[in-house]
Every structure is written in structure tokens, then in C-alpha cells.
Write a protein that binds this ligand. Structure first.
Ligand code: FAD
Length: 393
């Protein structure tokens, strides 16, 4: 009997979850997963690698160990998607045919065309650039040791959302260690967060707690300031075009989908594609778009849901169920999302959380939050690939 060729692109949370559910399917599916690296990584911990409080090995999981033997894994880079021909072009292995496609190619940093942001600022969107970020910080610290030039100790973090604040927490934790190792006073390190707003997803009381906590660890906040340019020696912000000197600038002010989406001709906005409520597309019904490359409207607010790992996993499960329904001539299952909440770490010893667990709504702050985040990571690793991966870190 002829098997149905299913191709999954990307081994992030969405792609890995799709493979996990596809592997359990009773249908005759020939499933292939394509990913540029041999490993899946926990993108929610990339900021720890960027700040050097963690090493890549702790957030990576070997894909071959993690996915079922029923899934064929091809390590390669997707360079284009030929949607008319049902083919995906790879950098090294030619083209792969699909009957059904799960596109889960993930996120990139969005700089909104801000001059200098693309070329100069550091980004946190994959393991490679997170590790490069850390090496850039180390190079500056080593140069300081030689020159005693304190301007090398200045870092600007652009953005007031989740990634920025979690990064600031890790950087703040490093200040005393770096001060001791490279021979400067803690106050000499100037780390400044510049953003128009601050943690909009949390109640003000909890966002204020986060700000005060980080200030007590040496972080400065400039609120209300939109950065209009990144230069090699600082950033320009605010209506009055104020210059803030910074030897290193992190751009953590936005995400977009993978740029391949525009290249492959998807009807997209910032490389995110609006999908039907069964995660499929009207013009190409054999394609499911899941994770950060998709855009799903929240029926309550009328706005698109934010891009998160949590929603990526729910989307992937829903999309696979809908493929199975389609192949069995059953009705599609509408995508429904109930957020489990948000957990934001402020370094290893504090954080804030707003969570919904078993029908209970909890708001937390302080030392209890980092272990909670770690437990969520363990659970996610376990759900993606079983006991082995969850025991690795
Ligand atoms: P990705 O995780 O981006 O995975 C895409 C995969 O595709 C990657 O493996 C990549 O290597 C691969 N790929 C990309 N291009 C190609 C190509 N051309 N060819 C082959 N393979 C390719 N979300 C939460 O829910 N909770 C949190 O606490 C949280 N914290 C975060 C903290 C940080 C610092 C960051 C950066 C994000 C955080 N997020 C959080 C958001 C979350 O990480 C993303 O929403 C999630 O990673 C999206 O999953 P995805 O599977 O769509 O894409």
C-alpha cells in the first residue's frame, strides 16, 4: 500500500512535538524530520548561554535520541519550499517530496529596520549566536583587563519583554563574578535596559518587583525610550535622540518568523503566516504551519497570540490530530488554547510568575520561581523525548 509522505521542517518545540504525536499515529505515514542541527535546543534557556551562566550542552538534546525510530531524521538546511510541486529544497541533500507538510521553522530576531540593529547588535535566537554573544562579552572583559578602559564594561539591552528581562537577570548574576575575575568594582559595569515599556504581560506589582530586584543587582532602566539607532559605541534613543554609550548592545526587542516564509511565497506578515483554526492553510490545504512561523488569532482579544514555546506545542498537537482527521475523512478539530501562564526568571535566585495550574491561578515572586521554571523545563524535556533527555540537565 502507498504510504503518505509527511515532512516536518524544524526540530524546535513545534516540530519535535509534531514528530512525537505522528510517531504514535496508527496511520501509514512515512515521516521525515529535517533540521539544520543534529540537536534540538531549549530556546527558552538561550539567554543563559548568552550570559555565560550555562553551557550549550545543557540545553541541547540529540534529535536521534529524542525522536522515535519511526521518524526518519535528515540533518540539513531548508533553502526553499516549492509549494506548487510539493517539494522542499535542501542545501546538501537535493529535494524532498511531501504529501503533507508541517512547517515549524521557528523564529528570528526582528529589528524593525532600526539602523545598525541588524549588523551591530547581538541577538539571541539560536545556540550559535547565543554562544557568540558570550564570547563577545568575554573578549570585552579581557580587553578591559589589558587596557583598564571602563567604556568596555558597558552593555545596553534593548527591549522590555521576556527575553530582555531574563537576560538582564543572568547578566546581573555575573557582575560580581566578572568584577572579581577581571579586576574592577561592581559599579564599574554599566548594564542598561532601554525600552518603551516593561513586562506588559505581568501585573504592574510584579513587573515593579522585577525592576526593583534587578536595580538592586546593578541594572539601570531607561523606560519610555525607543531606540532609533544602534552604533558600534552605543545607542540613540527617545524623541530627543539621546546617546547612551555602550560597548555591547543586545537587541531583544522583538521576534519574527523564519525569513524562508517570505522567500517561499507564503502570504505572511513578518514571516508569520495566518492559519485556519485547524492550523492549515486555505490556499495549500496540505500544509500545516505551526510554532513561531504561524499566527493564530486569540478569539477573546482579537489579536494574534504571542509567539511562545507553550503555544507552539499545543499547535503541533492540534495540527497532527487534524491531519489524522483529514486522512480518515473526519471533521477537523478546532485549535483551542488555554495558557498555563508565564514564568520569568530574574537570574538563578528570583523571578516572577503568573500561572494557571489545575484550575488555580497563582501569582508568585522571589526564590520559588527559578526552581519552578526548571521543573517546567524538565517536564517539557520529558514530554518531548522521555526520561533520558529529562535526566540530562
Ligand atoms: P524554534 O524553537 O525557533 O525552532 C525552530 C527549529 O528550526 C530550530 O531547531 C532551528 O535550528 C530549525 N531551523 C531553522 N531554520 C532552518 C532551516 N532553514 N533549515 C532547517 N532547520 C531550520 N516561550 C515560552 O513558552 N516560555 C518561556 O519561558 C519562553 N522563554 C523564552 C526565553 C528566551 C530567551 C527566548 C529567546 C524565547 C523564549 N520563549 C518562551 C519563546 C519560545 O522559545 C519560542 O516561542 C519557541 O522556541 C518557538 O518554537 P518553534 O518550534 O516554533 O521554533
Amino acid at each position: 500500500m502507498c504510504m503518505t509522505d509527511v515532512l516536518v521542517l524544524g526540530a524546535g518545540y513545534a516540530g519535535m512535538r509534531a514528530c512525537k504525536v505522528l510517531a504514535k499515529s496508527k496511520l501509514d505515514l512515512n515521516v521525515t524530520l529535517v533540521n539544520k542541527n543534529s540537536y534540538h535546543y531549549d530556546a527558552t534557556a538561550l539567554h543563559t548561554v548568552a550570559a555565560g551562566t550555562n553551557v550549550p550542552e545543557n540545553i541541547e538534546m540529540d534529535i536521534r535520541d529524542a525522536v522515535s525510530d519511526k521518524i526518519k531524521f535528515v540533518q540539513d538546511t531548508v533553502v526553499d519550499i516549492n509549494r506548487e510541486k510539493n517539494e522542499v529544497d535542501l542545501a546538501e541533500n537535493g529535494s524532498l517530496h511531501f504529501d503533507y507538510l508541517f512547517n515549524a521553522l521557528g523564529f528570528e530576531a526582528e529589528t524593525f529596520g532600526t539602523p545598525g540593529a541588524d549588523d551591530i547588535a547581538l541577538k539571541i535566537s539560536n545556540v550559535d549566536n547565543a554562544l557568540e554573544d558570550y564570547h563577545t562579552i568575554l573578549a570585552a572583559l579581557e580587553k578591559y583587563q589589558e587596557t583598564k578602559d571602563k567604556s568596555l564594561l558597558s552593555i545596553a539591552v534593548v527591549g522590555g519583554g521576556f527575553t530582555s528581562i531574563e537576560l538582564l537577570g543572568e547578566l546581573a548574576y555575573q557582575i560580581p563574578k566578572w568584577a572579581k575575575k577581571y579586576g574592577f568594582a561592581k559599579d564599574d559595569m554599566k548594564i542598561t535596559c532601554i525600552a518603551p515599556g516593561f513586562l506588559p504581560m505581568f501585573d504592574k506589582k510584579y513587573a515593579d518587583y522585577a525592576q526593583k530586584y534587578l536595580e538592586s543587582k546593578g541594572i539601570t532602566f531607561i523606560m519610555g525610550g525607543k531606540v532609533s539607532e544602534v552604533k558600534t559605541d552605543g545607542v540613540i534613543y527617545g524623541d530627543d535622540k539621546i546617546f547612551l554609550p555602550a560597548n555591547i548592545t543586545f537587541w531583544t526587542a522583538g521576534v519574527r518568523g523564519n525569513k524562508i516564509m517570505a522567500k517561499a511565497g507564503y502570504d505572511q506578515h513578518r514571516d508569520r503566516v495566518a492559519v485556519n483554526d485547524d492550523m492549515s492553510l486555505s490556499d495549500f490545504p496540505n500544509e500545516y504551519i505551526i510554532g513561531d512561523v504561524s499566527a493564530v488569532k486569540d478569539p477573546e482579544s482579537g489579536r494574534m497570540y504571542p509567539t511562545t514555546g507553550q503555544i507552539s506545542i499545543v499547535e503541533a498537537t492540534n495540527a497532527v490530530k487534524n491531519l489524522e482527521a483529514r486522512l480518515q475523512n473526519k471533521q477537523p478539530v478546532k485549535f483551542v488554547y488555554n495558557s498555563l501562564g508565564t514564568v520569568c526568571s530574574l537570574g538563578p535566585y528570583s523571578g516572577i510568575a503568573d500561572i494557571n495550574l489545575l484550575g488555580v491561578h497563582l501569582k508568585l515572586k522571589g526564590i520559588i520561581v527559578p526552581p519552578l521554571k526548571h521543573a517546567i523545563f524538565k517536564r517539557s524535556a520529558f514530554e518531548l523525548s522521555g526520561l533520558k533527555a529529562s535526566l540530562q540537565s
